[in-house]
Design a protein around this ligand. Structure first.
Ligand code: PMP
Length: 326
């Protein structure tokens, strides 16, 4: 273990370089490793894109010094952007559908951002429309729009992926991650394919989500409780490239809920539902590889635990399945 001996100058300097930890339920022959993104200062994987997108947009001049970012966000991206905006002298306004957790909205406000709520039934589409409308009303405002901004996957191509490949001496057999915007998986997959073209890539979504239709699978749309991943309208998730993905798997809310509890009680991970879905999908890839059903270039599977369960305690995530609000 190396110790970082110099004090950091800014909280932004502590983003990234998160730990990669073995998931012990995985087979010895094909271990699963999870990147613990709650170690970031805003406690999620989205700190990476908050910092990266703002720094790049400031550098290119797209975002003026002292300008405003307006973003439709389910929450973690808002927190990541708010952490970065606060330190970079940028004002932040977030448009959040009501369904998303109160904790995240409270944290965004604490970081100095303004939060505007849109009705749950209008979905992310309603939040996106409102964000563009707000940006037009303001001077100097930019909508980073994580759902279509190439800087989102680029942040993971530039940071998350090289950290993983470096930690495992490039011996990465498979990458497995849930897709919300798909920025995390696409950035990692593109890095994997460019540097080690045979890396196996699995996209994860909750049952009821429609990414699978992009691989011509006949799946049924339904509401789901797993937060932060999946889509009801894959056409609006422009970053997802079906060709960068070997398979798209679905995990039920019930299985994710049980895995969330198992990860806490057996492995000491206080992680949320999307991490649990990722864990189950990664364990399944590892088991199929160990059984000889799929060929991996290396005997390892890497996934991401995007955030912490503490952010969702008010939704009853550690109670019985029925009382989990989702
Ligand atoms: N898990 C959680 C908790 C998230 O907030 C997000 C982002 N929506 C994801 C997973 C998925 O990340 P991405 O948007 O990069 O696909």
């Amino acid at each position: 273990m190396t110790t970082h001996r110099e004090p950091f100058d800014s909280v932004l300097d502590t983003i990234g370089e998160t730990p990669l930890v073995r998931v012990h339920a995985s087979p010895d022959e094909v271990p699963v490793y999870a990147k613990l993104e709650s170690f970031n200062p805003g406690a999620s994987v989205k700190d990476r894109i908050g910092k990266y997108m703002l720094e790049q947009m400031l550098e290119s001049g797209e975002l003026p010094e002292g300008g405003t970012v307006v973003e439709p966000t389910a929450g973690n991206t808002g927190i990541g952007l708010a952490v970065a905006a606060g330190q970079l002298g940028i004002r932040a306004v977030f448009v959040v559908p009501e369904r998303f957790s109160v904790e995240k909205q409270t944290l965004m406000r604490a970081l100095g951002a303004d939060v505007v709520n849109t009705p749950t039934e209008d979905g992310m589409g309603g939040a996106i429309d409102r964000a563009h409308q707000l940006a037009e009303e303001l001077d100097d405002a930019v909508v980073p729009q994580q759902f279509s901004n190439p800087l989102n996957p680029e942040a993971h191509y530039e940071t998350t992926a090289p950290e993983i490949y470096d930690t495992l001496d490039n011996e990465v057999g498979a990458l497995v991650a849930g897709c919300g915007t798909a920025g995390t998986l696409m950035g990692m997959a593109r890095y994997g394919r460019e540097h080690h073209e045979e890396t196996f890539v699995t996209a994860v979504e909750p049952e009821g989500s429609l990414y699978s239709t992009l691989h011509d699978r006949d799946v049924e749309e339904a509401p789901y409780k797993t937060e932060g991943i999946g889509t009801h309208n894959p056409d609006t998730n422009e970053l997802f490239d079906p060709e960068l993905v070997d398979e798209i798997v679905q995990i039920s809310d019930r299985d994710s809920h049980a895995e969330m509890q198992r990860l806490a009680s057996e492995e000491g991970h206080l992680v949320a539902s999307s991490a649990a879905a990722n864990s189950l999908a990664a364990l399944d890839v590892a088991e199929r590889a160990a059984a000889g059903e799929i060929d991996l270039p290396y005997d390892s599977v890497v996934t991401v635990f995007p955030d912490s369960s503490e952010r969702y305690l008010s939704k009853g995530i550690y109670g019985d399945f029925e009382s989990w609000e989702g």
